[in-house]
Design a protein around this ligand. Structure first.
Ligand SMILES: Cc1ncc(C[n+]2csc(CCOP(=O)(O)OP(=O)(O)O)c2C)c(N)n1
Length: 316
């Protein structure tokens, strides 16, 4: 793979920004200014960055409660993201959704949801709409491996294949649904064959490298855009922090923590930094930290919704 094909600095900036922003969320969390639970994607944020890099601006993205990275990688505003976590009116969901319900129609980010797999039929419906409109836009639906245990996943795979819909299901396979490993949930963990049995082309990415994910995602997305129907991309990854909450997983007995150590050894951020000048990396880090400080200040200074707004946007 020729790294010159990609703008390494741009990828580094994106990945670093998301990493530092989520670590700041983790650091701020105990102060209780953040009003919702947080499912951080630290360690697996390269999946969102790699796939979104292969998209056009007007393509659509749907994600899960572990969706900070997808929201930011698709172009969601960091200020509106932190304000949402703080429950402020300036938040991307007007402070009503919190970390698990991010949305930004201006960048075609369809939303995230606390309920496992609920994005799947929503994203599939949007893909049907794109087909009916004869639009060249495609839809990406990020899910976790746990979401492949819901019936709507299989209904949607079948429907997407039947109607040849322009949708990419991206499974961020971190091996766990909360604390339950894949091996305790599936007799046969082969997701690729399962998807292909529905007539959906399926691809696997397992080396944890952003610079191999981008060309693979680009190839798969080009194939969908040229009318070859839906696809599934399973990306192996490692969640470094708790399922929910800001803490690390160094002292837990439900998983082998050497997995996390090994994942840190192949951190795509370090790999990208290796292609860049050290001075430039430092300069980018300072810039990113300044942007993050600004987002937190913005959120702190923003107003909470007023009591008179309580019933706004509520279906009655
Ligand atoms: C329909 C539904 N069932 C159960 C839950 C509780 N729950 C929250 S997260 C989760 C695990 C999902 O794991 P996975 O899809 O692999 O995503 P990850 O958390 O690893 O990103 C479960 C079972 C839920 N939120 N919604």
């Amino acid at each position: 793979m020729n790294n010159k094909m990609y703008d390494v600095e741009k990828l580094y900036r994106k990945l670093l920004f998301i990493r530092l922003l989520e670590l700041k969320v983790a650091a701020e969390y105990p102060k209780d200014n953040i009003k919702s639970p947080v499912h951080l994607s630290v360690g697996q944020e390269f999946v969102s960055v790699g796939v979104c890099e292969a998209l056009n601006q007007d393509d659509l993205v749907c994600a899960t409660y572990r969706g900070h990275a997808a929201y930011l990688a698709k172009g969601g505003s960091a200020n509106a993201f932190v304000a949402e976590l703080y429950g402020k009116s300036a938040g991307c969901a007007k402070g009503r959704g919190g970390s698990m319900h991010l949305i930004e129609p201006n960048v075609n980010f369809l939303g995230t949801s606390a309920i496992v797999a609920t994005g799947i039929p929503v994203a599939t419906g949007h893909a049907l709409a794109m087909t009916m409109r004869k639009s060249p836009q495609i839809v990406v639906c990020f899910i976790g491996d746990g979401a492949t245990e819901e019936g709507c996943f299989y209904e949607s795979l079948n429907f997407a294949a039947l109607k040849s819909l322009p949708i990419l299901f991206v499974v961020e396979n971190n091996g766990f649904a909360i604390h339950e490993p894949l091996s305790k949930r599936w007799a046969n963990t082969d997701l690729i064959n399962r998807a292909e049995s529905f007539g959906v082309s399926a691809y696997q990415h397992s080396d944890g490298d952003l610079l191999t994910l981008v060309p693979l995602a680009t190839r798969v997305i080009e194939s969908i855009r040229s009318g070859h129907g839906p696809a599934l991309l399973e990306v192996s990854c490692c969640r470094w922090l708790q399922h929910v909450g800001p803490l690390d997983e160094s002292d837990v007995d439900y998983r082998d923590v050497s997995q996390i150590k090994n994942s840190k050894l192949i951190d795509p951020l370090d790999k990208l930094a290796g292609f860049l000048d050290m001075k430039l990396c430092k300069q980018i880090q300072t810039e990113m930290n300044e942007k993050i400080e600004e987002a937190f200040k913005f959120a702190e200074n923003a107003a909470f919704p007023s009591a008179s707004e309580v019933y706004d946007y509520v279906y009655r």
